[in-house]
Design a protein around this ligand. Structure first.
Ligand code: SF4
Length: 294
């Protein structure tokens, strides 16, 4: 089971990440992986892309990770901006591919608050990664039907993502993660990340209009299809305020501040056969050609 970063507290306050892992195992899953760990890796990739492409004032980057609604909007309606979107897969796809690489033959199931992820998983060039997509609501219904009560189960905790990856679940999280990563990777850089983010499709449209008309000073743009980000997704169980509060708290409690400090990230890079983080820019498992399948 691959669980979206917005999962904190969605199945009740008592259901900790460790209890949720035990509940999925009781359902028959081999294990539970937090997709936030792959958000960590994509943060590193986005930071490296920023460093490679933002060379002078006026250059800018639109984030490629996470939200399929934002990406579809740019690909279909504002195609001329695609050269500013790095060719990266989403954390969900990165997670699915990595699980299948480490455990050949594994069936991968993603659960999140999002309906658009069901469509993303079927896109031609990335359909190898995720076999099934469930919503949090569907997972809750399955637990009820199977008479499994996660809050009563034992803990099976594992430390995985850094603060950066955990924040992806809320608007502004990607920008903050990438800005901090660029500052850590390239402390002497003359142009820092100046981020702007948009909440919901209406704000995304307005932000794109401002970019096209030159009415913005930012150089890194993050769009989220739902107001509040994924915690405001259509199939989130909690309301957006509570979901955000839980995610922020989980991020603050992380043992690692950035992906570079996270030993699990470094272990995964090793599994990918990468000797330096810079090689992430070329890695095919995490890279996507957005010109395909439009
Ligand atoms: S912001 Fe909404 S549409 Fe975008 S990935 Fe999150 S839940 Fe899905």
């Amino acid at each position: 089971m691959m669980i979206a970063p917005a999962f904190l507290g969605q199945f009740s306050e008592e259901v900790t990440p460790g209890k949720l892992r035990t509940a999925f195992k009781a359902l028959g899953f081999t294990g539970m992986v937090e997709v936030a760990l792959f958000a960590d890796i994509l943060t590193l990739k986005e930071a490296l892309e920023f460093d490679a492409h933002i060379q002078q004032e006026g250059d800018f980057q639109l984030t490629s990770c996470c939200c399929p609604v934002w990406i579809a909007m740019i690909r279909k309606t504002f195609h001329e901006l695609m050269p500013h979107v790095p060719g990266a897969v989403s954390p969900m796809v990165a997670c699915g591919r990595m699980v299948k690489k480490i455990h050949p033959g594994a069936v991968t199931v993603f659960a999140g608050p999002c309906l658009a992820k069901k469509k993303e998983a079927r896109e031609e060039d990335i359909k190898d990664a995720v076999d099934y997509v469930l919503t949090f609501q569907e997972v809750k219904d399955i637990f009820e039907a199977a008479d499994i009560h996660p809050e009563e189960l034992a803990e099976a905790a594992k430390e995985h993502a850094s603060k950066a990856g955990r924040l992806y679940a809320r608007t502004g999280g990607v920008s903050r993660a990438v800005a901090e990563m660029v500052a850590q990777l390239r402390p002497d850089r003359s142009i820092a990340v100046r981020a702007r983010h948009a909440n919901g499709t209406k704000e995304c449209m307005k932000m794109i209009k401002d970019i096209k008309e030159g009415n913005t000073e930012a150089n890194f743009y993050e769009g989220m299809g739902c107001v509040g980000g994924c915690v405001g997704g259509p199939k989130a169980i909690l309301d957006v305020e509570e979901g955000t509060k839980n995610v922020d708290q989980y991020a603050e409690n992380s043992a690692f501040q950035t992906p570079l400090e996270n030993p699990y990230v470094l272990k995964l890079l090793e599994e990918l056969g990468l000797e330096t983080v810079e090689e992430l820019l070329e890695d095919t498992l995490l890279t996507r050609d957005f010109r395909e399948g439009v």
